[in-house]
Write a protein that binds this ligand. Structure first.
Ligand code: PLP
Length: 396
C-alpha cells in the first residue's frame, strides 16, 4: 500500500482521537526512524519520552523475543518469575517496598488513587477521600485520572466527573496548604510537569509539598510516568530532591516502548491492597516484565544516565544559543533530556517544518516545543536537530 492509501484507510478505520501528522512510521534504530517512503528522521520525541534506550534496542528486543518464545502470558493467580525480578529491581533502587504492575500511565495512576483511598479508609479519620492535584497537571485519560488532571480541556464533554479531586496552582505551597483540608487523603504531583508545558518548580517546592503532607498526615503520590526511568538524569526525578514519596507511578520508558506501567509504594501503604482489592489481566505479564528488566539493567549500568545528564547540558546550551537569535523564543526549561522551549507564537508550524526537514518533536500547550529524545543521543544528533530548528525558525 502507498502512504496515501494507508492514511486514507487510517481515516476510514481508526477513531479520530489524534490530529495525526501525515507520515507513517515503519522502522526505527537508535535515535532514528524511517517512514513508509523511506525518509529518515531524527526522533527527538521518542514516542513521547518512551524509547529511552532508542528504537530497536537489541537488549530489549532480544529479551522480548526470548520471553515470547518461552512464555508470553499467564494469569496473576500464579507467581510470574520475571514479574518478581522486575519488582525486586524497582524496589531495590527506589524508596518503595512493593510494586503493582499494569499497562499504562493512566492505569498506574488509577491504581495509586485507589490505593490512597483504600489506605485512607483503613488508617485515616472518616471522610478523608479527596485528592489534591495541580493545575496544568496531566495524569491520564480514564475518568478518574482525567479528573485528577488539572486541565479542563481534557475533561470537557465527559461530565459528570468522579467526585473527590481538587486543584491548586503548581508551585504554590500556600494554596496547597489551604487546600489540604480534613477531607483530603493525598496530594498527587508530577516532579516536572510534562504535558503542562515542561514546567520545573522552584527549588524546594517538592520538599514543601512533602512537609505539608507530613504535617497534615496525607499521602504524597509522585507521578513519574514521564520523568521516571532516567529522563531527567537520575533513575527517578525525585532523587534530585530531598523528598521520598509514599506512592510513585511509572510507565512510558519502563518498557522502552513495550506497554507497561507500575505503581510503587511503601509497605505501610501497600498493605492496604489485599487479594481482590485491585487487579488487571495483563499487568505484570512475562513479556512486559522482560522488557522492563532489560531497561532497568541498561539504566543501572550508569552509562545511559551519565549520557542523559551530559547531553542535557549540551542540548540546553545549544537551545540557549538559538534563544539569542529569535525573539519569539521566551524561555528554555527542563532537566536532563526533558526540555521545553516556550514561544510567544504557536508552535504547530515549527513542528511541521521540523518534520518536513527530518526532525520529530512536538508541542504542548500550543506554544511549548518539547524535546524528549532517546537518552542515548550524541552531540552530533543534537547539532543536527538544532541546525534543523534554526533553518525552520529562520523562515518563521
Ligand atoms: N502521567 C503523566 C505525567 C503523563 O505524562 C502521562 C502521559 O503523557 C500519563 C500519566 C498517562 O500515561 P498513559 O498515556 O500511558 O496512560
Amino acid at each position: 500500500m502507498t502512504t496515501k492509501e494507508l492514511i486514507s484507510d487510517a481515516n476510514k478505520y481508526i477513531m479520530n482521537t489524534y490530529s495525526r501528522l501525515p507520515i507513517v512510521l515503519v522502522k526505527g534504530k537508535g535515535a532514528h526512524v524511517w517512514d513508509s517512503d523511506g525518509k529518515k528522521y531524527l526522533d527527538f520525541l521518542a514516542g513521547i519520552a518512551v524509547c529511552c534506550l532508542g528504537h530497536a534496542n537489541s537488549s530489549v528486543s532480544d529479551a522480548i523475543c526470548r520471553q515470547a518464545a518461552e512464555l508470553m502470558h499467564v494469569s496473576n493467580i500464579y507467581h510470574i518469575e520475571p514479574q518478581i525480578r522486575l519488582a525486586a529491581l524497582l524496589v531495590q533502587n527506589s524508596f518503595a517496598d512493593k510494586a503493582f504492575f499494569c499497562n499504562s500511565g493512566a492505569e498506574a495512576n488509577e491504581a495509586a488513587i485507589k490505593l490512597a483511598r483504600k489506605y485512607a479508609h483503613e488508617h485515616m479519620d472518616a471522610g478523608r477521600y479527596r485528592i489534591v492535584t495541580m493545575k496544568d497537571s496531566f495524569h491520564g485519560r480514564t475518568l478518574a485520572t482525567v479528573t485528577a488532571t488539572g486541565q479542563e480541556k481534557f475533561q470537557n464533554g465527559f461530565d459528570p466527573l468522579p467526585e473527590g479531586f481538587g486543584y491548586v496552582p503548581f508551585g504554590d505551597l500556600d494554596a496547597l496548604e489551604r487546600a489540604v483540608a480534613d477531607d483530603v487523603c493525598a496530594v498527587m504531583v508530577e516532579v516536572i510537569q510534562g504535558e503542562g508545558g515542561v514546567r520545573v518548580p522552584a527549588d524546594g517546592y517538592l520538599e514543601g509539598v512533602r512537609k505539608i503532607c507530613d504535617t497534615t498526615g496525607v499521602l504524597l503520590i509522585l507521578d513519574e510516568v514521564q520523568t521516571g526511568m532516567g529522563r531527567t538524569g537520575t533513575l527517578f526525578a525525585y532523587e534530585a530532591t530531598d523528598v521520598k514519596p509514599d506512592i510513585m507511578t511509572l510507565a512510558k520508558a519502563l518498557g522502552n516502548g513495550f506497554p507497561v506501567g507500575a505503581m510503587l509504594a511503601t509497605d505501610a501503604i501497600a498493605s492496604s491492597f489485599t487479594p481482590g482489592s485491585h487487579a488487571t489481566t495483563f499487568g505484570g505479564n512475562p513479556l512486559a516484565m522482560a522488557a522492563g528488566i532489560s531497561v532497568m539493567g541498561e539504566l543501572l549500568q550508569g552509562g545511559v544516565l551519565d549520557n542523559c545528564r551530559k547531553m542535557g547540558v549540551y542540548f540546553r546550551g545549544q537551545l540557549d544559543e538559538l534563544k539569542k537569535r529569535y525573539d519569539f523564543i521566551k524561555e528554555i526549561r527542563g532537566r536532563g533530556l526533558m526540555l521545553g522551549m516556550e514561544l510567544s507564537i504557536e508552535g504547530a508550524d515549527i513542528v511541521r517544518g521540523c518534520m518536513d526537514n527530518g526532525l520529530l518533536i512536538n508541542c504542548t500547550c500550543d506554544n511549548v516545543l518539547r524535546f524528549v529524545p532517546p537518552l542515548i543521543i550524541t552531540e552530533e544528533d543534537i547539532d543536527q536537530a538544532v541546525h534543523i530548528l534554526d533553518e525552520v525558525m529562520r523562515d518563521v
